[in-house]
Design a protein around this ligand. Sequence first.
Ligand code: AMP
Length: 215
Amino acid sequence: MNILVFLGPAGSGKGTQAQVLKDQFNYVHLSTGDLLREEVKSGSELGQKVQSVIHAGNLVSDDIILDIIRHHLKSLVAQQVKGVIFDGFPRTLDQANAFNDLLAEFQLSVSSVLYFNLSLDESIIRISGRQVDARNNKVYHKFSNPAPEEAQLHLITRKDDTPEKVTHRYNVYIEETSPLLSFYGDHVIQIDCLKSIQEITNELVQLLESFQLSR
Ligand code: AMP
């Protein structure tokens, strides 16, 4: 089972690329942000607990995140899926260490870490036009990647996508998440996020095809 970690700040295109690749390669896209927002939407006990943390752009506690990951990983291993794209996890060194231990329990390890590098200014510009289809969490941009006509009525803007919150999330990312680049060292492949969506997809497809061949 291929384990891919997508790392990068808000607006870097991780989610957009994960959605395309999951269909093309029959992988599972596991976004901890999407899972948490679903909990908030459903009004569950967990959702109520994390709602204010997410809206403020802070990180949910490692314990909660690791419980979610453990639960999903167990079921994905049982289903013998081909690969999983972890989008937005791990986000702290503690999460990354616990993830390695958890994967080892299933004789798995991280295959590759794709680093979507983006400046704060570019992150704010991209997020200010972001729209999400509430039915399936597909991500669009008002100008650079507009949603199809049939999705227009279902588009929402995330509450944490204001310029102030994006700046805060970027700072949290630099402080808590960017140390993972040295943690993963040689496993990290850097993606130039200023290329077009299609160019990046082509690059990633080539990369994933080379993984399949080397298995
Ligand atoms: P995202 O959709 O990845 O931008 O995540 C949205 C929000 O969910 C983040 O700002 C955090 O509040 C929370 N979140 C998502 N993934 C994690 C994680 N791995 N660790 C802690 N908090 C997370």
